[in-house]
Design a protein around this ligand. Structure first.
Ligand code: PLP
Length: 442
């Protein structure tokens, strides 16, 4: 910790004081711009996302065979979207404030294969890598029926190659399950906070799990090193990967289709607010990009982080991006929210996406547990703590008149849709879920 720099920073950025005091808060970025102005900074386009979408379609026949639970969606890995009126009423009581508009939830906790948002980006990157290898080897062409990949021949081919990744749990789970099913040798470098059941699950798939006593950044560093030393090893770089980003971004067009099917309008008079739990930033960043491509200026994205790990808020608010960590300010980066225990944000995501993101909120672990209990009791949904991070977002938005007026949103609040992105929980064992619900009663 550099005391002099911190004092200067706090003088320049007064909100840091509350951040250091671990107070739940919100910050709405005054420098947010229109979608059109922000787009050039991303460095990726609608075309890139379309390509990702087509790649996932090519693999659909493979998924139908290798993961029969995807047959009902024709091999497409997608999650349900639903309204949560009972939770909305309970939340209004919880915060003692009226919450106009329609509250909905996007249940990435129910994504097939790995039960979290990582089933979007993580799986996509492995598919892209596998496709490239198989095409270069002359085993596959773009117009083949990809169900042929689910075979001993392909598994033998992929078993010459390795994939390495650093993870707090869920990314490792996604990469490990899909990688092992294709035949790759997978190493997952797990940070200290990763749950035992996730390590056990991966080992049962034949994945090499390497455990560290330190946090996420160190686990990632070791994964990167392993891959650098081995030309046959592909490193999934959670901090910088455009492939992960594009896999997440496909969610935008999928959501747009789901809104059409459910007769829900998103336009200038019917704004959409989306609350995305943020760890290193790739998941929420990629999804937010996809949402902007799908809905333009009518969607307002807000990132949500634990009070103990507010790395993206810190990086964007100070403009220092990955040049500062929460630990630099004496914040410990210890939270029960798997996937969100990240002290240093991705510089790529912060710089690419900051102009497209309306704001950032933080919440305590205690709040996550309370909300986990509330959504279980009111909507019978089973989520892991991190999946609740976006839940307070609606309260922060509807009570912030400065933000609403600046964005000219005050008059359309009654017509707004507020979507909480519930990023995980589908694979949590029964006993763990019971323990979470016990926590909620405290
Ligand atoms: C990974 C993860 C996130 C956040 O994704 P990042 O890409 O790390 O920002 C949110 N929720 C859950 C459950 C996750 O596993």
């Amino acid at each position: 910790m550099n005391q002099t720099r911190n004092i200067q920073l706090i003088n320049e950025f007064p909100l840091l004081e509350s951040l250091i005091d671990l107070k739940p808060l919100s910050w709405f970025n005054p420098k947010v711009t229109s979608y059109a102005e922000a787009l050039p900074y991303v460095g990726l386009t609608a075309l890139d996302v379309q390509e990702a979408s087509k790649r996932l379609l090519r693999f659909a026949p493979f998924f139908c065979q290798a993961f029969p639970e995807t047959q009902q969606s024709n091999g497409i890995i997608e999650s349900p979207l639903q309204t949560i009126p009972a939770m909305q009423a309970a939340l209004s009581d919880y915060y003692q404030t009226s919450l106009p508009g329609r509250m909905m939830i996007k249940l990435d906790s129910q994504l097939p294969i790995s039960g979290s948002i990582k089933a979007r980006g993580g799986i996509y990157e492995v598919l892209q890598h596998a496709e490239k290898l198989a095409i270069s080897a002359g085993l596959l062409s773009l117009d083949d029926d990809y169900s042929k990949i689910n075979s001993a021949q392909f598994r033998a081919f992929f078993s010459q190659y390795k994939i390495a990744v650093g993870s707090t749990g869920n990314l490792g789970l996604s990469i490990g399950i899909i990688g092992a099913s294709l035949g790759f040798q997978v190493s997952v470098h797990m940070s200290a906070d990763a749950r035992q059941w996730k390590k056990d699950r991966l080992r049962s798939h034949g994945v090499n799990v390497i455990e560290y006593e330190s946090d996420y950044s160190i686990a990632v560093e070791h994964g990167r090193e392993e891959a650098l030393q081995d030309p046959f090893c592909h490193f999934v770089d959670d901090e910088n990967s455009t492939s992960l980003f594009l896999g997440y971004a496909v969610a935008g067009e999928r959501l747009k289709q789901q809104f059409i099917e459910q007769d829900i309008i998103v336009d200038a008079e019917h704004p959409l607010f989306v609350y995305l739990p943020c760890g290193v930033g790739g998941g929420p960043g990629g999804v937010a990009f996809g949402l902007k491509l799908a809905f333009g200026d009518h969607v307002h994205c807000i990132f949500a982080e634990p009070t103990h790990s507010p790395c993206m808020l810190l990086g964007v608010y100070t403009g220092l991006h990955d040049q500062i960590s929460v630990q630099d300010l004496g914040i410990d980066n210890i939270t029960a929210a798997d996937g969100l225990a990240v002290g240093r944000a991705s510089g790529f995501i912060g710089k690419a996406m900051e102009r497209m993101l309306d704001g950032y909120i933080t919440l305590t672990d205690a709040d996550m547990y309370q909300l986990l209990g509330l959504v279980h009791d009111t909507e019978q949904l089973k989520l892991e703590p991190s999946a609740l991070a976006g839940m307070p977002g609606i309260m922060h938005v509807v009570t912030n008149s400065d933000y609403l007026e600046r964005m000219q949103l005050s008059d359309s609040l009654a017509n707004a849709t507020h979507l909480v992105w519930a990023t995980g929980g589908g694979m949590v064992p029964e006993a763990e879920m019971t323990a979470y619900l016990q926590q909620a009663k405290h």
